[in-house]
Write a protein that binds this ligand. Structure first.
Ligand code: UD1
Length: 427
């Protein structure tokens, strides 16, 4: 059944909200468990649909997966013999499934992974994934909608220079190289905290990895890894969403578990535009300004730049800010679907190529809107909070892919948001 969020405008978010492990790390760590025979236990895993899909994918590869969403624990028993095919049916529901490619080629010597669909945010190539694995000795081609990789002789260390610091390509090359013979050096690697988290996880399994979190990662391959227990890094994107939501609604929110050092640019922007940001013993706190927040220009870039995943929240923020702002999207070309929905709420925003010009208005005007992906959906719910009257955000399932019971967290902060059936005529 389709569901939507029903948001009554007018609330300032106040109180504490807790962030748990990062979706974008947890999914990769789950894939990474394939690298070692035995039972690996992950804690601080977010209770989101994507984790359930990844659990199913691992089961189909032959693993015994015990996923306890209420405890945030997933235990994955990896047998000696595992499959090597990730079907389209699962990959289309979870584009992050492509991260099984590196672990499978390293462990089994072959991998057939359906070419992913997933979030509707621009075309996302896999060329860098393929080039990186080829440098390690794999043969990679695409046929019948599958990316097929094989390394019958095993993988060998190599120098891999990524043309662009792709998060997914860095992860696949990193996870493939830990079992390759000899030394691998990944240059122009992505520097996201989730990459450092994966590296730390691999080291806890016995891998030799250094430099993760910088643009050069060095790996010395080992013959085998062992099962481990690991606590997932907190979700900086969820934490950043709450920071923007607090500033946008002129609220006062402590993000418990949030790491300010992973959100430096975002929090500096908010602080420079009238919010008060403080680091607390358990996380950080954002207190919005008394009056309308000031507008802020934003340009998305690979980490440590402004995260593309927070761009929809920057749009919502600027839609009600005092002044005009330019939002530039440098990572994904079609990631402006929020704009047309915000316009339905009365925002004054115009797309020009990969820029959006936003002129802030004092208040949005509640209306039915549609979520196109996880972050867009959550940002539209926040927009509903600063809109007059009622806003409904259809496509709640998108938001469930990234946020653990979003409406309950918002209710805990004093917002009037409920989930309800979406009686869309054609849905
Ligand atoms: C990851 C995150 C996503 C985030 C993104 C950028 C997960 C599950 N998803 O996605 O939430 O928005 O990082 O921070 O972790 N590209 C190529 N060829 C390639 C690979 C990428 O051209 O082989 C391009 C893509 O089309 C895109 C850009 O590089 O324009 C960024 O992609 P990448 O950094 O790989 O992001 P993802 O790993 O897909």
């Amino acid at each position: 059944m389709r569901e939507r969020f029903r948001v009554s405008g007018g609330a300032s978010l106040r109180g504490q909200v807790r962030v748990v492990g990062a979706k974008n790390s947890a999914l990769k760590l789950m894939a990474g468990t394939l690298l070692a025979v035995g039972r690996t236990r992950l804690t601080n895993v977010p209770n989101i649909v994507d984790v359930t899909i990844m659990a199913e994918l691992l089961r189909r590869l032959g693993c015994d997966v015990d996923w306890r969403p209420e405890d945030g624990v997933v235990e994955i028993g990896v047998p000696e013999r595992i499959g090597h095919r990730a079907d389209y049916e699962l990959v289309r529901a979870l584009r992050a499934s492509i991260c099984v490619l590196g672990p499978l080629i390293a462990r089994v010597g072959e991998a057939d992974v359906a070419v992913p669909g997933g979030d509707a945010i621009g075309s996302r190539g896999l060329d860098l994934h393929a080039e990186g694995l080829e440098a390690l000795g794999a043969k990679v081609h695409v046929a019948h909608g599958y990316l097929i990789a094989a390394a019958p002789q095993g993988l060998h260390g190599a120098s891999v220079h990524l043309e662009f610091p792709s998060v997914g390509a860095t992860e696949n090359v990193l996870m493939a190289s830990v079992l390759a013979t000899g030394h691998t050096r990944i240059e122009n690697a992505a520097r996201e905290p989730e990459i450092a988290d994966i590296a730390e996880f691999l080291v806890s399994m016995g891998a030799h990895v250094s430099g993760a979190g910088t643009s050069t990662i060095e790996i010395d391959g080992v013959d085998a890894l062992h099962a481990t227990e690991y606590h997932v890094v907190p979700d900086r994107i969820a934490a950043g969403s709450w920071a923007f939501a607090a500033a946008t609604t002129r609220g006062d929110v402590e993000v418990v578990g949030g790491r300010a050092e992973h959100l430096e640019i975002s929090l500096d922007l908010l602080a420079g535009a009238g919010s008060t940001v403080t680091v607390t013993p358990d996380g950080f706190r954002v207190v919005g300004p008394q009056g309308r927040p000031c507008s802020v220009d934003v340009a998305t870039l690979p980490y440590p730049g402004f995260p593309t995943d927070l761009q929809p929240f920057a749009l919502t923020y600027n839609a009600v800010a005092d002044g005009s702002a330019m939002i530039t999207e440098n990572l994904f070309e079609a990631r402006f679907r929020t704009v047309q929905e915000l316009a339905r709420l009365g925002a004054d925003a115009r797309i020009d190529g990969h820029h959006v010009m936003v002129h802030g208005v004092p208040l949005l005007s509640g209306a039915p809107v549609e979520a196109s992906d996880i972050r867009a959906g959550a940002a539209l719910v926040v927009a509903g909070l600063v809109a007059d009257g009622v806003t409904t955000v259809s496509g709640a399932h998108h938001v469930d892919r990234g946020y653990d019971r979003f409406e309950r967290q918002l209710q805990g902060l004093g917002a009037d948001v409920v989930r309800e059936p979406d009686d869309d005529l054609y849905g």
